[in-house]
Design a protein around this ligand. Structure first.
Ligand code: NAD
Length: 494
């Protein structure tokens, strides 16, 4: 089946006539669909439609905009299973996880629709008599939304829904590996009654993304993806002073102290390291373990890892799906070689799986390196695959220092029963997200989400923090004194 772009309320083919195929990474013979390989002209059409729709959408009362979004949330909920299956077919993560992805979009849509009746500003006393002071949020204009493939419905919802509730219009460019989930999401918005031009979808690659981050009629670019592409987007958008929101890579750490509940820590590392095949920005790809429990932890972690069932995510018995693409699998294989070459000890995994049920997909064994030095590349660089590097430490202070010593700053966690250690780590890890006695993954939609250093540029998505990306503050003063009152000067008359 061939899917079109959605521009100005109409599903249209690319002007260039090019298409691309999307195939199941667990089974390359399974064609998920054919999608538009859009051109810069298509992107420009979508931006023009969004710019035309903006003047009227921004004036729809926010609670009314929100009613449309509440309807959208209910529609997604009604189709959760169908959307989850489509998502597993197009990017491979197991059904339980794709259901979670869709659920996150439902939660975010309900949460942000609720903001339609809040969007709180401030009223404050004026320093002058007979003068009123307040701040209000105002929409910004056309928002470009550029997203990755690992959370194909959740991440677009984190951006598109707050953008809409604030009164902006949107041009959405999903990752080329997950266009079907994007089509599903946009169809729901259409059916819920979002007016033509308010949301536009253009599928395609870097060419489309470049237009979105450079076009003069785009006011906000919200990007989630790799740090390398995020840097480019930032540079492209800088000269026109666009507001740029970047969520990028991670190299997250789980710290396991000598008083930790080891079984719980092992559960957390399995889920954090190998959930979504390690393809989460918050993946627990580094585990720093206190020397007193190092061997015991490794023994249990390796045993449980060897027992993980790898295969097609549509099979309910499977616990870990494939890498999303051949290129991603090649990256994993390359890092396994790098780890070996650096002298890390390979305890389990390390090979591609290509026999029998694995023959037609991009499967890799869940892999553990032990005795990793904190400066090795496998401990420093984002691999985005099922590879966990285990590092030994002697103290909490050393664990924190290792935890912080990477260029990224998304998520970190500690396993301990010592409240002093937990609070010290909560304070001292320079990340945007922190967990105690849980792995590095598992964000909830009503709290801010994002990272420090090379992970982000100071903005946050989710929670009410996301509203700050998609609105601007306006301070309003109403002087009802009937005379000129000068702030900071006419203070004596008071
Ligand atoms: P990517 O950077 O390759 O692509 C992200 C998006 O940018 C895609 O839609 C892609 O088509 C587009 N793009 C590519 N070149 C572009 C260009 N020149 N200009 C504009 N857009 C362009 O990332 P990916 O492989 O899709 O996703 C994996 C990465 O995403 C990982 O690094 C992961 O850590 C990160 N990620 C971060 C978060 C977070 O919240 N911090 C969440 C999920 C994923």
């Amino acid at each position: 089946m061939t899917f079109n772009n959605y521009i100005d309320g109409t599903w249209v083919p690319s002007r260039g006539g090019q298409t691309f195929e999307n195939r199941n990474p667990a089974d390359q013979q399974d064609l998920v669909g054919t999608f538009q390989g859009s051109t810069p002209d298509d992107a420009a059409d979508a931006i023009a439609a969004a710019a035309r729709a903006y003047p009227s959408w921004r004036l729809v009362p926010a609670p009314k905009r929100a009613e449309t979004l509440f309807r959208a949330a209910a529609l997604i909920a009604a189709r959760k299973e169908e959307f989850a299956r489509d998502m597993t077919r197009e990017m491979g993560k197991v059904l339980e996880e794709t259901r979670g992805d869709v659920q996150e979009a439902i939660d975010m849509t309900y949460f942000m629709a609720g903001e339609g009746r809040r969007l709180y500003g401030q009223t404050v006393p004026s320093e002058l008599r007979n003068k009123f002071a307040m701040s209000v949020r105002q929409p910004i204009g056309v928002c470009a939304v550029i997203t990755p493939w690992n959370f194909p419905m959740a991440i677009p919802s984190w951006k598109i829904i707050p953008a809409l509730v604030c009164g902006n219009t949107v041009v959405f460019k999903p990752a080329t590996l997950t266009p079907l989930s994007a089509v599903n999401f946009v169809k729901v918005l259409e059916e819920a009654g979002v007016p033509p031009g308010v949301v536009n979808l253009v599928t395609g690659g870097a060419d489309v993304g470049t237009v979105l981050s450079t076009h003069p009629d785009v006011s906000v670019v919200s990007f989630t993806g790799s740090t390398a592409v995020g840097r480019l987007v930032n540079q492209h958008a800088a000269s026109a002073f666009k507001k740029v929101h970047l969520e990028m890579g991670g190299k997250n750490v789980v710290m396991i102290m000598d008083d930790a509940q080891l079984e719980l820590a092992v559960d957390g590392c399995l889920w954090g390291g190998f959930g979504t095949t390690g393809q989460r920005c918050t993946a627990a790809s580094r585990v720093v373990v206190h020397e007193r429990v190092y061997d015991a932890f490794l023994e249990a972690f390796v045993e449980r890892t060897r027992a993980l069932r790898v295969g097609n995510g549509l099979d309910p018995a499977v616990q870990m799906g494939p890498s999303v693409s051949e290129a991603q699998l090649a990256t994993v294989q390359r890092y396994v070689e790098i780890g070996r070459g650096e002298g890390a000890r390979l305890l389990t995994g390390g090979r591609r799986l290509c026999e029998g049920a694995h023959a037609r997909g991009f499967f890799h064994e869940p892999t553990i390196f032990a005795d990793v030095q904190p400066t090795m590349r496998v401990a420093q660089e984002e691999i985005f695959g099922p590879v966990v590097s285990v590092v030994r430490c002697r103290s909490l202070e050393e664990a924190i220092a290792i935890g912080n010593n990477v260029s990224y700053g998304l998520s970190a966690s500690i396993y301990t029963r010592d409240v002093n250690a937990a609070f010290t780590a909560m304070r001292d890890l320079y990340t945007g997200i922190f967990y105690v006695n849980a792995p590095t993954i598992g964000a909830e939609v009503h709290l801010p989400f994002g990272g420090t250093k090379a992970t982000g540029n100071g903005h946050r998505e989710a929670g009410t923090a996301a509203l700050d990306v998609f609105s601007e503050w306006k301070s309003i003063y109403v002087d009802f004194s009937g005379r000129l009152q000068r702030a900071q000067i006419d203070t004596e008359d008071l």
